[in-house]
Design a protein around this ligand. Sequence first.
Ligand code: THU
Length: 161
Amino acid sequence: METRGYQFSYEVYADKHALSAEDQALIDASAIACEQAYAPYSSFKVGAAIRTLDKDIVAGSNQENGAFPIGQCAERVALYLMVHTLGRKAIDTIAIVVDNKDQLTPASPCGSCRQILNEYRSYQETPIRLLLTLERGGEVYEIHDVRDLLPFAFDGSFLGF
Ligand code: THU
């Protein structure tokens, strides 16, 4: 018998001002996108802004629906918008911002988004970094690679890709 392990660590910054100017700009882009969220059912507004490796920025927000399961998360809206406006570019960082007064800590991507982010990660050699924070400010969590959020993932390699 052997025990196999997994270690996960992430950075916590006191606020966005501890980050580089380009990371702050990405968080700001995410906050602007968050204002376009359509979240009448959850009142949980999310913005996601992607910076590609070649420095383009594209952003999206969550779009809910009265038929709940067909609503879309901000991350997926931003990813699909990137593909259809810029092409399938390598991603450097995604800033994810939540605007909800009851939310005390930054929120992290849901399980479905983790799976989809992991798929995008498999197209590229480099990590996809995440910055998670609240729209009203406060701590920023830096996740070094989306892969860290989905250990033991199922991916195309199981299907021979
Ligand atoms: N949501 C996102 O857009 N991204 C996440 O990472 C977590 C959850 C949205 C989905 C739904 O519109 C609302 O937040 C509440 O779950």
